[in-house]
Write a protein that binds this ligand. Structure first.
Ligand code: TMP
Ligand code: ASP
Length: 236
């Protein structure tokens, strides 16, 4: 499908129109931001790795009953996806304490939860993505009760499938963030990306961080961590 005008530029991706109003092309950038865009940088090669990893995982999820926006990988950085209206919720699933869970509740990182913790935040950088519950989201008109129930079911299924896929390559899935969207036809689908930008990956043996926390926390070897995740996923 032909790439037409740019519709939107986000922090890590650009979105382009196609000749079909029901499809758009996402183009992954090497730009990295953190802390609501206040910290900026470049992670060389990130765009291609995130594009390919997201697509690999979305194809797997789709095959196992989770509908996604994924349609076709066009090249290293670009993918054709269904056009959706993004539900403005960051859907976070946590298996182990880390990041904002640890800081918000004053606990250490690395506590393994008995069952996954699912949380929502309102996707709004100006408000710093405030945490909210189902009732808040419904009151604000961000999603309906049925959509939230469906999102919860899909997010927990994604967690089970991703945990197993990653465990097989020696990676512990600590937590991750998903975004969902609604197609023109009204179908709720998994959208956005699943990558080291949006997940915490710890090496199962050494605990080494293999994700964007290396950039957020200035830990060094940022590119190397993305490349290591790419090697694990494709075994090369
Ligand atoms: P948090 O501990 O900072 O709330 O992050 C939880 C997960 O969500 C972690 O895997 C990183 C991911 N995440 C994003 O994808 N985008 C964001 O803006 C934030 C804050 C976190
Ligand atoms: N990408 C997000 C931002 O710039 C934050 C993050 O992933 O930590 O706000």
């Amino acid at each position: 499908m032909e790439k037409r005008e740019q519709l939107y530029e986000g922090k890590a991706k650009k979105v382009f129109a196609t000749e079909d109003p029901n499809y758009v092309i996402v183009s992954y950038k090497d730009d990295a931001t953190a802390f609501d865009g206040t910290k900026k940088g470049t992670i060389v090669g990130k765009g291609a790795i995130n594009n390919r990893m997201t697509n690999l995982l979305m194809r797997k999820l789709e095959a196992q009953g989770v509908p996604t926006h994924y349609t076709e990988e066009l090249n290293d950085r670009e993918t054709l996806v269904k056009k959706v209206r993004i539900v403005p919720l960051e859907v976070i699933v946590r298996n182990i304490s880390a990041g904002h869970f640890a800081s918000r509740y004053g606990v250490s990182e690395g506590i393994v939860f008995e069952s996954p913790v699912l949380e929502f935040s309102y996707k709004n950088d100006e408000l710093h993505d405030p945490l909210l519950n189902d009732d808040h989201a419904i009151a604000l008109g961000l999603a309906t009760r049925d959509e939230i129930a469906q999102i919860r079911t899909y997010a927990l299924r994604v967690n089970e499938l991703l945990k197993d896929t990653l465990a097989a390559v020696g990676v512990t899935l600590v937590d991750f963030k998903l975004e969902f969207g609604k197609t023109e036809a009204g179908e709720l689908v998994l959208a956005d990306e699943i990558s080291p930008d949006t997940c915490r990956f710890w090496d199962s043996k050494t605990g080494e961080k293999l994700d964007k926390d290396r950039f957020r926390r200035d830990l060094g070897n940022v590119e190397e961590a993305y490349e290591e995740m790419s090697r694990r996923m494709w075994g090369s």
